[in-house]
Design a protein around this ligand. Structure first.
Ligand SMILES: Cc1ncc(C[n+]2csc(CCOP(=O)(O)OP(=O)(O)O)c2C)c(N)n1
Ligand SMILES: [Mg+2]
Length: 574
């Protein structure tokens, strides 16, 4: 059947199961947009800035496990996607970005709104394409989706000249891809798996570090089976949060710069680290040369390029986490590590990293904990970047698989709101809370209009401290309190929300917190709460830059003396 290039794109998207596209149009992509009404299965969500489109596609992909799709026009539309594409690349998120390009005869002529977006995005995409004829569109789209979602997922960009969108050609959708040089290894090598099992069975002080690869692979049950059978304590990376239930007795929280002190101490003392679907990011390992100094390391990852990249590894296993676990679990013997787990529980009591101190002033940690209480831990939490992100990671308890969405690798302020839109569009039945900082929120604040136009019932909590807080914290601790360029003003967020048509409240006192969150939850549509919190509150624990995981700073003594015992510390019954 003959079709235009634009129709071929839409038809191919439908065949790939796409339901939602986030984007903004312009001249170079107008033929494609003009075709959209012929495909009512494709819901288009008009964002207010292309960065929002890429982050929304990213949030959608993380929340659903499907490929997120975004459209932008050539030139500035395409460059506005760049941050979102880089963000998806660093966090292994499958998105397909389709950009308009100037017509073929104009390419290379510095034509109006021409940029070399395939050149620009080469290092931040898993792969990208410049489409040179309409006939190749079905094959390219098929490959793009396959590449985005298979192996280690990531972003793929398709650049589509305007005249290719109009050109007619025969449409043949391939039933499978033919990529002879791209064959991700899914099954782990049996010899390596056997060696890993032997190490696990012999270990006295084993620790699992679980990363986002567990979530991507959907290996929740397999991980739990191993943990319970071999009695191995679990810690996670930031992006590993919610791949293992945090109220499980063998869960010891997050490691890293703002990880739980006891989690970091566990890694430091371990004799075996089983690192799963994680890439030893420097925020997770802290000083690499002092990382897990007493441990053998097993590293399971689908991407061979990650093995041995940052940390020495004794037993590498390249493969899909779920497939590897299915084999590994057969070789694991039941064990009890009574002394080791007692030791960890002791550290958890001595270093109560998730306890919130009593305070007259409104603490951001308390706000997060109350969002947990009111939502009963069932919400999907999407964060900004900075202190708000760390408090959201530390003080909500993630038991529900894949319920924590955050920008890890790129640490992109402005991610929260558009990513929350994507998550809510993808999971309309779930409650989605965006917990953001006042700085990051102002970076993509314009997406409030998207929420209203598209009726996206996102709940927004701004942890409003009047600072670029995380940087202020570094200035306080390492730059003798020289607060250069971190004090931050902003608009009246309640008025702004109302101006967009979103109901909103301001909260300044502890007793107002729960009623406000309950009001937000009772509202069927979106709701915004401006939580005016203690301006100079710091995130603890903290491993200072350059220090080892074990050199963790905890909340100053004065604060610790007034600790309330309200924290829910899971206590092992061993
Ligand atoms: C796009 C971008 N610019 C700059 C930074 C550097 N940075 C990291 S955290 C932070 C402060 C964030 O402030 P806010 O959003 O108010 O969150 P808070 O730390 O106060 O909770 C900054 C500027 C960044 N991560 N991303
Ligand atoms: Mg702030």
């Amino acid at each position: 059947m003959k079709m235009t290039g634009a129709q071929m794109i839409c038809e191919s998207l439908v065949r790939e199961g796409v339901e939602v596209i986030f984007g903004i149009l312009g001249g170079a992509i107008l033929p494609l947009y003009d075709t959209l009404p012929q495909y009512p299965q494709l819901r288009h969500i008009l964002v207010r800035h292309e960065q929002g489109a890429a982050h929304a596609a990213d949030g959608y992909a993380r929340a659903t496990g499907k490929v997120g799709v975004c459209f932008a026009t050539s030139g500035p539309g395409a460059t506005n996607l760049v941050t979102g594409i880089a963000n998806a690349c660093l966090d292994s998120v499958p998105i397909v970005a389709i950009t308009g390009q100037v017509a073929r005869p104009f390419i290379g002529k510095d034509a109006f709104q021409e940029v070399d977006i395939t050149g620009i995005t080469l290092p931040i995409t898993k792969h990208n394409y410049l489409v040179l004829d309409a006939a190749s569109i079905p094959k390219i789209v098929k490959e793009a989706f396959y590449l985005a979602r298979s192996g280690r997922p990531g972003p793929v960009l398709i650049d589509l000249p305007r005249d290719v969108q109009i050109e007619q050609a025969e449409f043949h959708y391939p039933s499978k891809v033919d990529l002879s040089r791209y064959k991700p290894t899914l099954q782990g090598h049996p010899v390596q798996i056997k060696k890993a099992a032997e190490l696990i069975n012999e270990a006295q002080r084993p620790v699992i570090i679980a990363g986002r690869g567990v979530t991507i692979s959907g290996a929740y049950a397999e991980l739990k089976e191993l943990v319970e059978k071999a009695q191995v304590p679990v810690v996670t990376t930031l992006l590993g949060i919610s791949c293992f239930p945090e109220s499980h007795v063998l869960s010891y929280g997050m490691i890293g710069m703002h990880g739980m002190a006891y989690a970091n101490l566990a890694v430091d003392a371990a004799d075996l680290i089983i690192a799963i679907g994680m890439r030893f990011d420097d925020r997770a390992t802290a000083k690499v040369s002092a990382f897990a100094p007493h441990a053998h390391i097993i590293h399971i990852d689908i991407d061979p390029a990650e093995i041995g990249k940052n940390v020495r590894v004794d037993i590498p296993i390249v493969g899909d986490v779920k497939a590897v676990f299915q084999e590994l679990n057969k070789l694991i013997v039941s064990a009890k590590h009574i002394d080791w787990i007692r030791q960890l529980d002791g550290w958890r009591k001595e270093h109560p990293s998730t306890v919130i101190r009593d305070s007259e002033g409104l603490l951001p940690q308390y706000v997060v904990r109350q969002i947990y209480e009111v939502t009963k831990g069932e919400a999907i939490i999407v964060t900004g970047v900075g202190q708000n992100q760390m408090w959201a990671a530390q003080h909500y308890w993630y038991d529900k698989p894949n319920s924590f969405i955050s920008s890890g690798g790129l640490g992109t302020m402005g991610f929260g709101l558009p990513a929350a839109i994507g998550a809510k569009v993808g999971c309309p039945e779930s409650t989605v809370w965006c917990i953001d900082g006042d700085g990051g929120f102002q970076m993509t604040i314009q997406e409030l209009a998207t929420i209203v136009q598209e009726k996206v019932a996102v709940k927004i909590a701004i942890l409003h401290n009047g600072y670029l807080g995380m940087v202020r914290q570094w200035q306080e601790l390492f730059y003798e309190k020289r607060y250069v360029a971190t004090p931050l003003s902003g608009p009246d967020y309640v008025k702004v929300a109302e101006a967009y048509g979103i109901p909103a409240l301001r909260v300044k006192h502890n007793e107002e917190v729960v009623p406000a969150i309950e009001k937000a939850m009772a509202e069927p549509g979106p709701f915004l709460i401006d939580f005016v919190v203690e301006p100079e509150e710091n995130v603890y624990p903290m491993v200072p830059p350059g220090a080892a995981l074990a050199e963790v700073l905890e909340a100053p003594r004065k604060e610790k003396e007034a600790l309330s015992d309200s924290a829910k510390l899971p206590v092992s019954n061993i």
